[in-house]
Design a binder for this molecule. Structure first.
Ligand SMILES: C[S@@+](CC[C@H](N)C(=O)[O-])C[C@H]1O[C@@H](n2cnc3c(N)ncnc32)[C@H](O)[C@@H]1O
Length: 216
């Protein structure tokens, strides 16, 4: 990507974020035109923290990936033997996943965590949310999104969340907004905390991150 293209992308994204805090995602996937280097969060491989946690805690079953992005986490769980449903609010993003992984049996769906389909309620052994709550602004809709996650778990199902943690030292004006540990714990207080771990990556040591799991 050239510097000019990059600046254009950033200014379009900023304008879109201000006008439409969720809809800008579809605009970004559209602008990227299948060039994954234009998607800042695209790792193009499954999240290693998720893979390690899953291997240690659960073997197979029905999994739901919330806000699946370019789909690698869904494929990672499929390879671990899960029957996977993966959804994103962006139709462009889901079309891209279907093209990338046309051989996969993942059920790719366009859906909104603010209004999940009724047929998903209490259905999943594992629900995974990576960098989604922190991408949704607070003041109502983030709380609604969080409230909907436990509803998707079947009896004994696990919720796994991974993201940035508010360490009280960051002044953040635009997404991703780091989340407070207290807020996360209060949001899922109706299910059982299974573990909450802070970590950093060597290459971005100032960014405090967390992975946390709850069990229904
Ligand atoms: C920061 S990206 C993270 C993507 C992926 N989980 C990852 O870790 O690479 C946030 C994703 O959530 C999706 N998203 C945002 N709001 C959503 C909503 N209300 N329901 C479903 N997906 C949503 C966006 O389209 C985007 O793909």
């Amino acid at each position: 990507m050239t510097e000019i293209e990059r600046e254009e992308l950033i200014s379009t994204a900023k304008a879109a974020i201000n006008n439409d805090p969720i809809g800008w995602f579809d605009e970004l996937y559209d602008l990227a035109n299948r060039n994954s280097s234009m998607i800042p969060w695209a790792r193009m491989s499954p999240n290693p923290i998720m893979i390690d946690w899953v291997k240690e805690n659960i073997t197979g079953g029905k999994a739901l990936i919330v806000g699946c992005g370019l789909g690698d986490d869904a494929i990672g769980l499929e390879e671990l033997g899960f029957q996977v449903t993966a959804f994103d609010i962006s139709e462009q993003c889901i079309n891209w996943c279907r093209e990338r992984f046309s051989e996969s049996s993942v059920d790719w769906q366009v859906a909104d965590i603010l209004e999940p389909p009724a047929k998903w309620i209490e259905q999943f052994d594992l629900v995974v949310e990576i960098h989604i709550l922190q991408a949704i602004p607070d003041g109502g809709i983030r709380e609604l999104a969080a409230k909907n996650l436990p509803k998707l778990l079947n009896k004994d199902g696990f919720l796994l969340c991974i993201g940035r943690l508010d360490n009280g030292r960051q002044m953040i004006q635009s997404p991703p907004w780091p989340l407070k540990e207290d807020w996360l714990k209060a949001s899922f207080s109706e299910i059982n905390l299974h573990g909450f771990t802070q970590f950093t990556y060597q290459e971005s040591i100032d960014v405090t991150r967390y992975y946390a799991a709850w069990r229904n």
